[in-house]
Design a protein around this ligand. Sequence first.
Ligand code: BG6
Length: 471
Amino acid sequence: MNSPFPENFLWGGAVAANQVEGAYLTDGKGLSTSDVQPKGIFGGVVPRKNGDSGIKDVAIDFYHRFPEDIKLFAEMGFTCLRTSIAWTRIFPEGDEQEPNEAGLAFYDRLFDEMAKYNITPLVTLSHYEMPYGLVCKHGGWGNRETIVFFERYARTVFQRYQHKVKYWLTFNEINMSLHAPLTGVGLPENSTKQAIYQAIHHQLVASAKAVKACHEIISGAKIGNMLLGGLLYPLSSKPEDVMETLQQNREWLFFGDVQVRGSYPAYMKRFFADRGIDINITAEDRAALKSTVDFISFSYYMTGCVTTDEELNRKARGNILSMVPNPHLPSSDWGWQIDPKGIRILMNELYDRYQKPLFIVENGLGAYDKPEADGSINDDYRIAYLNDHLVQVAEAIADGVDVLGYTSWGPIDLVSASKAEFSKRYGFIYVDRDDEGNGTLERRRKKSFYWYQGVIRSNGAALKKAESSAG
Ligand code: BG6
């Protein structure tokens, strides 16, 4: 197909500090909420002492090997790399007055390496981690004071990297706090909805303050929010199911509504009242929320269905978002339903709602890879998945949606977030490591490496409309 992607479309991949860097206590880094969840965000808290082992402690050792990895990304033709800064490298406990210079210097080296290859950094301030010190000493985002600590951290990195980083994101998948309170807002998993929404409120204020600070400090910067694009369909055309779907979609769109429109949407008044939730929002908070994002970024992996049928809901309970499976879609090895058309629907919905540019900052297939006898990895399933999704991104662009770029999740194999597995691989680059942490950490190009290189080189013209993994 001819390329429907704009000339300056940013192509690349996305990683997160806690899933690739390792070096979890190196150069003065403090313990993060991710470090105390060695089995992932759904694996519970394991209080740690220095030296305990967990697969993320080394991860893929990106902290030491990033020059080799950036070179491979450049070989694929990346024009953008999304990564995050580990807050604990900069403020190890979270409440210090002065930053940790060794941590700041690390990201200087990383961004300089990317600059060598003209790779634009897209940097998330907080990707599924915060200083554990803030949780233990201050009660995480439940405490209003955390806004001050976060703003100090954000201003520090904006100052430091103002000439190196122009694209920023505030909180990764900010709507996940409802499902993973420790990871999202530094609260215990059994926290009440009242406590979680108050913490979320503090985080939304902090996000807005970061937007303001970014605009003040960095000329020409663009800063976005980051949503888990959890699009839900009604399982049936029953009006009850359609209404319930509207409500459940609002539960995650609420975050975007505040971050893009600068105030709480009207529907949340009833939502909170019905649940006996009463949020303390000060006049100063309301003023702060007026600093809104420049673009909307989101992750997209799957869609789900909503029903008011109690029996079906009972059966579905237990999966991450309590969604009911869609009978029309296949699933990945991990039971995530594959829905390429869903990304086009989601993009149109978001653009209709906000009229702001979108950035797809995560999308990909977690799958088992089996190296052949000669060591090669023929991941045709991954190529099919990505191809089909990108074809739909192209369709959305043709629909009129303004899109800044696409960074696929995990361009190099990394530790999965939900359960800290290594066998769930997303990469174009294979990393020799297993779930127990054995392996040489050697990097190898998979078949998808060359496929993505061709896609980028042709600015999307090499995508195949007919190929289909699903949907
Ligand atoms: C997103 C996160 O939820 O999904 C990533 O932002 C995560 O951090 C990705 O890795 C895929 O999830 P998982 O559990 O397969 O790693």
